[in-house]
Design a protein around this ligand. Structure first.
Ligand code: ADP
Ligand code: ADP
Ligand code: MG
Length: 652
């Protein structure tokens, strides 16, 4: 076994890999960018090497630097995690040339599966069912449009080098083809440096079911059962689970056999995932699943497989890379219970899931979840900053119970006890999804989230009582901190004045002013100054309240909902920054497309420009009707808060 390995990644996956390495007595070397100087993954390693500036291209994608770090520290092998260099055959070649071991498959296997077009041609030859479509050379609009017509609408255009759901567009009608193709190609070039696409038949209301496989250097390939990742948003997985609900013996045999055939066709070594799209409109049927792609790496959702098999997939990767045979034979691997995983991202579901940044002023994960086994894979600590440069995944919450219902109930409880303040996160959305009637009854398909989007993403309102409690907290009344954490406590005065004090809070665009009167014994009467404003008598020490303060804000946790109040008027702030009636960039990014010009009259909701941030395209729409005075230029690099659009001040 290796004595020392380098982990060429960051965040939760780097931390998770190091955990197994430490258990196996293997020393670890972390690499970090300028933005990650104080990151958890560096602190968790035995050694840490600085590899460059924040941008991924200059740090975590800088293969030369990473290999040099491995050489300098005497690491024998490199674990790439997922993303970054995990599926880059040139990097693997360089690693091997430097006399190091790549903890993953061989260069030819990565190349064979790296591009969706070549992979599908190969799978067709290996007798694995593939999605009907066009996966050949031609890239001209006329050819692709003709192929799309032959395949039959709706179709899906996909970046052949794609991953993470990027560079993919559903097209329902020939009229939309040209524009959607251009957008997919732009996104593909930005994300993968390769604008080539394939066209596939769009399977309607499909399920995504994938098979975890493992191969060793001695020609053995086995599977570790399947995962269902049908709960997706814009082709990105949101909640994953194992086993797949409703799986039958016949379907499982057909799918795992096809996955093993796929792996054998390329002499696969290490951990891999064969992803299939399934038409489950008539139940899970062995003649209704098709190969989509193979991911030649550890998958984000591998923990659910670990929970139901009791195996450590990273340990297996390390053993196989060190030259050992597969630790177990197929018959020795059994499924037990049901596991689910939810991905907590810094993003705002109420604003079309715009990635969020910010400092995690408050971060608490639960210790247990309703009698189910609970696992939290996190890459951050309280006080860490969510970086705009990388994938905004904060943590994964995984629960394992005897049944799917038990696992989901545990997940719901765990999400309700998760407290994050400082950056907007998707926990409320995840919690609603985990309790959605269709999801709970396993009426799964990849459109479920889109169908239920309004309910799942509705902006929640705090209860009037919780708002009053927030006002009391904000007033600086003696507040008992829940922990020794400075952000939890109020530095305000301890002798609350007996007279009534006014306190204003802002919730979204609403300003709420309260009259707060001390009644002695830690009790306060809190009255909302509004027609029919309620009065609550509240105690500052009430353990019911989960309230945290962070600069300029207060966050109240009610169940799985987090309500953030502002202590200052956010609109006043926007106007100051914008110097008038402006639309600010919600995050750093690149202005890709501009669809309006100065002088244009626009309607509320009309797309004004496309901002590319985090490698995804986000359409920025007009917040209200108005006339544009100024608009950002195409190709402009903007920062969080830069003005994108200024409207002509309205007369009213
Ligand atoms: P897996 O195939 O392992 O489930 P995904 O396909 O979800 O992983 O993601 C593949 C890559 O895309 C990962 O490297 C991940 O960092 C990135 N990714 C996934 N989801 C997002 C997201 N919401 N925003 C940005 N990048 C993402
Ligand atoms: P990526 O490399 O980005 O993960 P995939 O080919 O794995 O791309 O597809 C990602 C997701 O897009 C799938 O999980 C599925 O939800 C959806 N998808 C892909 N191909 C099809 C298809 N032919 N029909 C319907 N949905 C599809
Ligand atoms: Mg995929």
């Amino acid at each position: 076994m290796f004595k020392k390995i380098l982990v060429a990644n960051r965040g939760e996956i780097a931390v998770r890999i190091m955990r197994t390495a430490a258990r196996m007595g293997i020393s670890t070397v972390a690499v970090y960018s300028d933005a990650d100087r104080d990151a958890l993954h560096g602190a968790g390693a035995d050694e840490a090497v600085h590899i460059g500036p924040p941008s991924a291209a200059e740090s975590y994608l800088n293969g030369e630097r990473i290999i040099a770090a491995a050489k300098a520290t005497g690491a024998e092998a490199i674990h790439p995690g997922y993303g970054f260099l995990a599926e880059n055959p040139d990097f693997v070649e360089a690693v091997e040339k430097a006399g190091l071991v790549f903890i993953g498959p061989t260069v030819p296997a990565i190349r064979a599966m790296g591009l969706k077009d070549a992979a599908k041609q190969l799978m067709e030859r290996a007798g694995v069912p593939v999605v009907p479509g066009y996966h050949d050379e031609a890239q001209e609009l006329v050819v692709l449009a003709t192929k799309a017509r032959e395949i039959g609408y709706p179709v899906l255009v996909k970046a052949r080098a794609g991953g993470g759901g990027k560079g993919m567009r559903r097209i329902d009608h020939p009229d939309e083809f040209a524009e959607a193709l251009a957008a997919a190609k732009r996104e593909a070039r930005a994300s993968f440096g390769d604008s080539r696409v394939i066209v596939e038949k769009l399977i309607k209301n499909p399920r995504h079911i994938e098979v975890q496989i493992f191969g060793d250097r001695y020609g053995n390939v086995i599977h570790l059962f399947e995962r269902d990742c049908s709960a997706q948003r814009r082709h990105q997985k949101v909640i994953e689970e194992a086993p797949a609900p409703g799986m039958t013996a016949a379907m499982r045999a057909a799918m795992t056999n096809a996955a093993i055939r796929a792996a054998q066709a390329i002499g696969y070594v290490g951990a891999g995932t064969v992803e299939f799209i399934v038409d489950a409109s008539k139940g899970l049927r062995p003649d209704r699943f098709w190969f989509m792609e193979m991911n030649t790496r550890l998958q984000v959702e591998h923990p659910v497989t670990e929970m139901v098999t009791g195996l450590d997939l990273v340990e297996w990767q390390l053993r196989i890379a060190a030259g050992e045979a597969l630790p177990l034979e197929q018959d020795a691997i059994a499924l037990s219970g049901h596991a689910v995983e939810a991905r907590i991202y810094a993003e705002d579901p109420a604003r079309d899931f715009l990635p969020a940044t910010g400092k995690l002023y408050h971060l608490r994960f639960p210790q247990e979840a309703a009698g189910t086994a609970l696992r939290i894979d996190s890459g951050v600590r309280q006080g860490d900053e969510i970086q705009p440069y990388y994938d905004p995944l904060i943590a994964k919450i995984i629960t394992h119970g005897e049944s799917r219902d038990a696992a989901l109930e545990g997940l719901g409880k765990a999400l309700a006890k998760t407290e994050i303040a400082g950056a907007t996160v998707n926990t409320t959305f995840l919690s609603r999804l985990a309790q959605d009637p269709d999801f709970v009854s396993a009426k799964l398909d990849t459109d479920l989230i889109a169908r239920r989007q309004a309910v799942l993403t509705a902006k929640s309102e705090p209860s009037t009582r919780a708002s009053a409690a927030a006002a009391l907290a904000a007033s600086g009344a003696r507040w008992k901190p829940r922990a020794s954490d400075p952000f939890d406590s109020f530095s305000g005065y301890t002798h609350f004045h007996p007279l009534t004090q006014k306190q204003t809070l802002h919730y979204g665009e609403k300003a709420l002013t309260y009259a707060i009167t001390g009644q002695g014994g830690g009790q306060f009467s809190v009255h909302l100054e509004a027609p029919e404003g309620e009065t609550f008598v509240l105690s500052v020490d009430d353990p019911e309240w989960r309230i945290v303060a962070w600069p300029g804000h207060l966050t109240v946790f009610e169940g799985a909902e987090a309500h953030t109040f502002q202590l200052h008027d956010p609109l006043a702030l926007t106007e100051n920054v914008g110097g008038g009636n402006g639309l600010l960039a919600p995050m750093p990014g690149l202005v890709k497309v501009v669809r309006a010009s100065a002088g244009d009259g626009v309607r509320k909701g009309q797309p004004l420009l496309v901002l590319e941030a985090m490698k995804m395209e986000h359409t920025i729409t007009a917040p209200h009707d108005g006339v544009i005075a100024e608009i950002a230029a195409e190709g402009a690099q903007v920062n969080d808060g830069t003005m994108l659009v200024r409207f002509v001040a309205s007369e009213t």
